[in-house]
Design a protein around this ligand. Structure first.
Ligand code: 48F
Length: 258
C-alpha cells in the first residue's frame, strides 16, 4: 500500500541532496532561456559541475512563445549546426531559414540538458552575487515566490568558480552587481551599455560576439550579453542564442581546465 509519508520523504530527501550537491559548483547559471540551457548542456556533457536557477515555474524562457505567441521559431544556417549537434530536427522554410515548433524546442532543450547532467532548480531566483577577492564567486538565492511577494526572508548562498548571467533582456545578475558594487565592467563604456533596437543580422552577430566575461568570474550570454555590452535586438530568430550558449560553454570549459 502506498505510504504518503514515504512519498513526501522521497521528495524532500532527493531535493535536499540535489540542492546540497549544488552548493559548490564549477558554473552557476542564472536563467533557463535558450542560451543558458545550451551552455548548461555542453558544460554538463563535458563533465562540469553545473546548475541552472530560474525564478519561473517552467524552464525555457522566451522560447515557448515563439514570435508574438505564434509558437514557431526560426533558426538560421549558422545556428542549425547546434540544432543538428543536439539532435533537433527542423524544416527548411527557405534557403538559410529553418523553422521548429517552439514547444518542441523548449521542451527538448530542457530534456537534453537534464539528460546531460545539468541540475535545474526552477522556482529559485538569483537575489544577489557572492563576492570574494574582487571577483564574482557565487550566487545568493531565494525562492522565486518570496522575491515576487517581496517578503523579508533571508536567502541562502552557494560558491561557484564562474557565474553565467543568462537572464535575457534585463541582465539581472550584471545589473545587480553594478547597482550594489559600482564596479567597472569589461564593456565599451565600463557600464551597462544597453540593448539597441531591432536589426536581426547585426543582433545575431552581436549576441555571439558579446557573450564573454564582463567582470572577473561573471560571464553573460544571450540577450543579457547584448543588454550589457550594447547590441541590437534580433527578434524571434534563435540561432544566436544557441551559438552564444555553445561559445560560453567552450570558453568556460577551457578556463576550468582539465
Ligand atoms: O529571456 P530568456 O529566454 O534568455 P535568453 O537565453 O533568450 C532570449 C530569447 O528567449 C528571446 C530572444 C530570441 O531571439 O531574444 O528573448 O537570452 O530567458 C531568461 C530567463 O531568465 C530568468 C527568466 O525567468 C527567464 O526564464 N530570470 C531572469 N531573472 C532571474 C531569472 C533571476 N533574478 N533569477 C532567476 N531567473
Amino acid at each position: 500500500m502506498l505510504d504518503e509519508v514515504t512519498i513526501s520523504r522521497g521528495i524532500i530527501d532527493s531535493y535536499l541532496k540535489k540542492l546540497s550537491d549544488a552548493l559548490e559548483l564549477d558554473v552557476a547559471i542564472v536563467g533557463g532561456g535558450p542560451s543558458g540551457l545550451v551552455a548548461g548542456t555542453y558544460l554538463a556533457a563535458a563533465g562540469r559541475k553545473v546548475a541552472l536557477f530560474d525564478r519561473r515555474l517552467s524552464i525555457g524562457g522566451g522560447v515557448w512563445g515563439g514570435g508574438m505567441m505564434f509558437n514557431e521559431v526560426v533558426v538560421q544556417e549558422e545556428g542549425k549546426q547546434v540544432l543538428d549537434d543536439l539532435g533537433f530536427s527542423a524544416r527548411q522554410y527557405q534557403p538559410g531559414y529553418y523553422t521548429l515548433d517552439s514547444v518542441y524546442l523548449a521542451s527538448g532543450l530542457v530534456h537534453k540538458s537534464v539528460a546531460a547532467g545539468l541540475k535545474i532548480f526552477n522556482l529559485v531566483a538569483m537575489e544577489d552575487v557572492v563576492i570574494r577577492n574582487h571577483r564574482v564567486a557565487g550566487l545568493v538565492l531565494n525562492w522565486g515566490a518570496v522575491e515576487t511577494l517581496g517578503w523579508h526572508v533571508d536567502p541562502l548562498a552557494l560558491h561557484s568558480s564562474f557565474v553565467l548571467d543568462a537572464t535575457g533582456h534585463p541582465a539581472n545578475v550584471t545589473s545587480m552587481l553594478v547597482k550594489k558594487m559600482g564596479v567597472t565592467l569589461n564593456t565599451e563604456t565600463g557600464g551597462m551599455v544597453g540593448e539597441k533596437s531591432m536589426e536581426a543580422e547585426l543582433g545575431e552577430r552581436d549576441t555571439v560576439a558579446n557573450s564573454r566575461e564582463v567582470y572577473p568570474g561573471l560571464y553573460v550570454s544571450g540577450m543579457a550579453a547584448n543588454a550589457v555590452c550594447g547590441g541590437y535586438r534580433m527578434g524571434p530568430v534563435f540561432g544566436g542564442m544557441l551559438l552564444s550558449g555553445k561559445k560560453i560553454a567552450e570558453e568556460l570549459n577551457a578556463r576550468l581546465g582539465g
